[in-house]
Design a protein around this ligand. Structure first.
Ligand SMILES: Nc1nc2c(ncn2[C@@H]2O[C@H](COP(=O)(O)OP(=O)(O)OP(=O)(O)O)[C@@H](O)[C@H]2O)c(=O)[nH]1
Ligand SMILES: [Mg+2]
Length: 196
């Protein structure tokens, strides 16, 4: 695990509109801790550095763990794929752990378990992601840095869908111990179902 951690950095996406929740999801308190701070701490525990991409640096910098980097999004509101691409331009490491900020059930123990599988991902796979009945779970898993070129071309051609971009590439399936780990809290009702 230690070897993998050195070649792995985290990108957290925190530039969504939270329109279904009706309030900024990054600020929702889980056991007294803002959700974004919780995810950033997991990133710090499991990887060597954490980068948060958002248009709202002033809103978040007082509570995120020190040493986390905040990247100001150049063209806000273009969606998660563009946010990921912009953040990827700031870091260069073999693997990137990409996380949404709305994953209240994610734990350090689970991510550390995933790291053990990272070393066995086939060379041709550009990502190591969980899968559900609708397709890949793109915002809670690992990407190889070399996906940058293909992502650049896809976005330049007007692409904005993670699912469509991922369909163009071999992806390795990541097995999650419990599907509830990946719960996205998108709505107030989702918040009632979380594990705390
Ligand atoms: N940096 C960045 N992050 C984004 C952007 N759009 C969505 N995200 C993040 O991507 C993750 C998943 O977002 P969603 O839950 O699908 O959408 P959302 O915009 O946050 O919420 P809704 O308005 O309810 O769809 C969250 O962590 C969002 O903060 C974007 O344009 N830029
Ligand atoms: Mg979501």
């Amino acid at each position: 695990m230690k070897t993998v951690k050195k070649v792995l950095k985290t990108i957290i996406l925190a530039g969504g509109k939270s329109s279904r929740m009706g309030e900024d999801k990054a600020l929702i308190l889980i056991q007294g801790v803002p959700l974004l701070a919780r995810i950033a701490t997991i990133g710090q525990q499991c990887t060597s550095e954490v980068y948060i991409i958002t248009p709202w640096i002033d809103r978040y910098q007082s509570f995120i763990p020190p040493e986390c980097h905040l990247i100001r999004e150049e063209t806000p509101g273009q969606g998660p794929l563009v946010g990921f691409f912009q953040a990827l331009n700031y870091i260069k490491t073999d693997w990137i752990l990409l996380l949404a900020c709305d994953l209240p059930n994610l734990t350090k123990i689970e991510v550390q378990r995933w790291l053990d599988g990272l070393e066995n991902v086939p060379e041709d796979a550009i990502a190591f992601l969980p899968k559900n009945s609708h397709g890949w779970e793109p915002l809670c898993g690992f990407y190889r840095y070399r996906c940058l070129n293909s992502l650049d071309k896809f976005i330049q051609a007007g692409g904005r869908s993670f699912q469509k971009w991922l369909k163009e590439h071999p992806i390795e399936k990541l097995i999650v111990s419990d599907p509830q780990i990946l719960l996205n809290c998108n709505t107030p009702d989702d918040l009632l179902t979380i594990n705390y």
